[in-house]
Design a protein around this ligand. Structure first.
Ligand SMILES: Cc1ncc(COP(=O)(O)O)c(C=O)c1O
Length: 385
């Protein structure tokens, strides 16, 4: 039955008053042009320049994180945050099965192994209850380390993720991580502008990570930030993302193998202009949610995902969820909407189903699997209405 696809397409077109829509487009005006022009005229377009410092300070102020270190993308931010959390070769890192591949890729860059856990329907993020039970049953403390009894490997960190901008139950997840003695790197790539109990996502864990890819709520073209309240770790992050170069007026002295991960000034110039609009973008996306909520209210078989309790979400990607039993409609809906001018996307395939992660340890994943078969992201750009 193609009814679902037709109805969804009609509703979205009527809400957006448009015949064609992308999933998420960046929004620019003179502010970005002015900053980019100034940056080009300064000739400081690369990894040194005043916009990088300004962007870092403004992100730190906005998120109320003690420090923010700007890097080339969210994936490199995750890589460095995990490294500085002490994740080593052959160790396991807990992460959601339902997330973008970058979360697990960053773990793999350290020759560590993702260990996938389930999420819940309330937040789309890691489910604290099933996480606690899984760790209780499958892990033990040996000589101060958390060991997976099934693999004998150390579990050295956890990476919760705030899905489509909606905060996961990060306080509860951090409590569990503390109980088991593992550090937390929050993958807040999608959740700039989202708060849990009034506190910005990405500032609860030992580290938080943001992304400014072109599809995110604000963009630097490509870019990311490492957030931390630990000044010592912040200094280390800044150092190793800048090729571990010691400060000297003319000598090239590097005290370890570092990474060329610093965000270029040109990207930061774009970011400074974009960040000024974050409140307007969040407001516009929230309004769009209310319009979709009205329009989909009486649509049997489909619900629009609403921010979880105790959260203020940035509503980065608007999300429809098919009722259980309607999984067979997913592909047909995606095909019809995309064929008819409305860009839609499913959730990611579960990461443990990808060939490079098939052998990785995993908890039972009934909710993540079910959600992955029922989620549809619909056009979500700011200022669409
Ligand atoms: C959940 C999640 N983690 C990590 C990333 C990686 O960010 P980037 O694309 O900036 O490397 C993204 C976004 O692309 C993401 O959605």
């Amino acid at each position: 039955m193609r009814d679902f696809g037709i109805k969804i397409t009609d509703i979205i077109k009527s809400v957006l008053m448009s015949e064609r829509e992308f999933l998420h487009e960046p929004r620019f005006n003179d502010e970005e042009v002015k900053n980019l022009k100034k940056c080009i005229e300064s000739t400081f377009v690369s990894t040194v320049g005043q916009y990088v410092n300004q962007f870092e300070n403004e992100i730190a102020t906005y998120t109320k994180s003690k420090r923010a270190i700007a890097v080339v993308n969210g994936t490199s931010a995750l890589h460095v945050a995990l490294k500085l959390s002490g994740v080593g070769e052959g160790e396991e890192v807990i992460c959601p099965a339902l997330t973008f591949v970058a979360t697990a890729n960053a773990i793999s860059y350290l020759n560590a192994i993702p260990h996938f856990v389930d999420c819940n329907e309330k937040t789309l993020g890691i489910d604290p209850l099933s996480l606690g039970n899984w760790l209780d049953k499958n892990c033990e403390k040996i000589a101060g380390n958390l060991i997976n009894k099934n693999t004998g490997r150390k579990i050295s960190a956890i990476v919760p993720m705030h899905t489509f901008g909606h905060p996961s139950e990060i306080i509860q997840i951090i409590d569990i991580a503390k109980n088991f003695g593992i550090p937390v790197v929050e993958d807040a790539a999608e959740s700039l502008g989202s708060f849990y109990h009034g506190r910005h996502t990405g500032t609860f864990g030992d580290f938080g990570v943001l992304s400014f890819n072109g599809n995110k709520i604000i963009t630097t073209g490509g870019g990311g930030v490492i957030l931390t309240n630990d000044i010592n770790l912040a200094n280390k992050a800044k150092h190793i993302t800048s090729t571990a170069k010691l400060s000297h007026r003319w000598r090239y002295i590097h005290d370890q193998v570092g990474y060329n991960y610093r965000m270029p000034n040109l990207n930061a110039a774009l970011g400074c202009a974009q960040l000024k609009k974050i409140d307007d973008f969040c407001k516009s996306k929230r309004n769009l949610f209310f319009k979709y909520e009205d329009a989909f209210r009486n649509f049997n078989g489909i619900s629009l995902f609403k921010e979880p309790p105790f959260s203020r979400s940035n509503y980065w990607l608007q999300t429809l969820i098919l009722d259980r039993g309607l999984e067979n409609e997913l592909e047909k809906i995606l095909e019809y909407t995309n064929d008819n001018g409305i860009m839609t996307r499913p959730a990611w395939d579960l990461l443990p189903n990808l060939k490079m992660f098939k052998e990785c340890p995993k908890a039972p994943l009934p909710i993540a699997q079910s959600l992955s078969n029922r989620i549809i992201n619909i056009p979500s750009s700011a200022y669409l209405v």
